[in-house]
Write a protein that binds this ligand. Structure first.
Ligand code: TTP
Ligand code: MG
Length: 355
């Protein structure tokens, strides 16, 4: 039986800003782009969340909903620095660490000798050290696997700790809403609701075959996850699945010609980033894609298989095909590639990384 801890800092960027400017304490604070540049919130503190504010909300809307909001610019270097210091605290307890973002990580402490091997006490000590050294609060979840540890860290947020012991797993998942399951988004949850499925307990009643029929290959995952089973290892080096660049424009691009004009700039930036990757660590490219977000915030991606070259013409073709289906003002354009999965990359004749 493994012991996994998931740590997630509370309103990370905003908490750092409030810590560094104590006069902000108690006031609604957000970090993000300016409304006149059509920026969005990266995050906000709990005082601001009371007004219904949340990550990715347009800053203009946030300020309308909460006129007293203190909107601060992003200080990414600062957040990265704090993140490194927090990860140093994790390393005092285990080397098996999988960072998911600057403020979130899985730790496998199955074989840690600290705290007589008690994962709960390790998690508590990590939270305590983060607070002592950084004056920031973290929430932690402790469970026998990644799926449940992540659900658990969210359970007592903010500044909380929640433990799911192996003996409690069955009972816990039975009542767990399907929305909490890794991979179940709004669309899948709605489909499930139509089938009368609200909790993992409801899902458990479904045979594997029926889940496959309704949810395709995701059915296999669902079958295990709804029983609280997840054997994904904590991966110390994450494999890159894709590389992309995107840009939100301060004014909507209203014609196809307008969109076309911006693609070369994106492609140049993308090529720069691609060239910086370490070819020994990356897998071959599988497909190219273009992402479009429209002014109504709906978004779409169109992709095509990689055939050995990454030219502007390829990306233009994808852009045009999708744009023409339903032309409307465009707010954001992005382009990039997906890499092959490790399984695909192991297939013979595909070993060369085509850069
Ligand atoms: P989260 O952990 O999702 O959010 P949070 O730490 O701000 O709040 P909490 O965990 O208490 O719910 O994301 C961590 C940081 O990542 C967040 O502080 C800002 C950044 N971020 C963005 O820039 N854009 C986003 O859309 C999200 C979700 C997060
Ligand atoms: Mg967080």
């Amino acid at each position: 039986m493994r012991k996994i801890i998931h740590i997630d800092m509370d309103c990370f960027y905003a908490a750092i800003e409030v810590r560094d400017q104590p006069s902000l304490r108690g006031r609604p604070v957000a970090v993000g782009g300016r409304p006149e540049q059509r920026g969005v919130l990266c995050t906000c503190n709990y005082e601001a969340r009371r007004y219904g504010l949340h990550s990715a909300m347009p800053s203009a809307l946030a300020l309308r909903r909460c006129p007293g909001l203190v909107l601060l610019p992003v200080r990414m270097e600062k957040y990265k620095q704090v993140s490194r210091q927090i990860q140093a605290i994790f390393r005092q307890f285990t080397d098996i660490i999988e960072p998911l973002s600057l403020d979130e990580a899985y730790l496998d402490v199955s074989h840690s000798r600290h705290c007589q091997g008690s994962a709960t006490r390790i998690a508590q000590l990590i939270r305590q050290r983060i607070f002592e050294q950084q004056r920031l609060t973290a929430s932690a979840g402790v469970a026998p696997n990644k799926f449940l540890a992540k659900v658990a860290s969210d359970w007592r947020k903010p500044n909380g700790l929640f433990v799911i012991t192996p003996a409690e797993v069955t009972d816990f998942v039975r009542r767990l809403p399907v929305e909490k399951v890794f991979g179940v988004g709004k669309v899948t949850a709605r489909r499930m609701a139509e089938l009368g499925i609200a909790t993992c307990g409801d899902l458990q009643a479904w045979p594997l075959e029926a889940l496959r029929q309704h949810f395709g290959s995701f059915g296999d995952n669902l079958y295990r996850l709804c029983r609280g089973q997840d054997d994904r290892p904590v991966q110390t080096q994450r494999l890159r699945k894709s590389l992309s660049v995107e840009e939100t424009y301060s004014q909507d691009l209203t014609t196809l010609a307008d969109c076309r004009k911006h693609l070369p700039v994106l492609l140049a930036e993308f090529q720069r980033r691609l060239a910086r990757l370490d070819p020994r660590r990356e897998r071959p490219i599988k497909s190219l894609f273009v992402k479009i977000k429209f002014s109504d915030f709906s978004q779409t991606t169109i992709q095509s298989p990689y055939r050995g070259s990454l030219t502007l013409a390829h990306f233009l073709l994808l852009l045009e095909r999708r744009y023409r289906e339903h032309p409307r003002p465009v707010r954001l354009l992005g382009l990039g590639v997906h890499f092959q999965s490790p399984q695909q990359a192991q297939a013979p004749r595909q070993l060369s990384l085509a850069l």
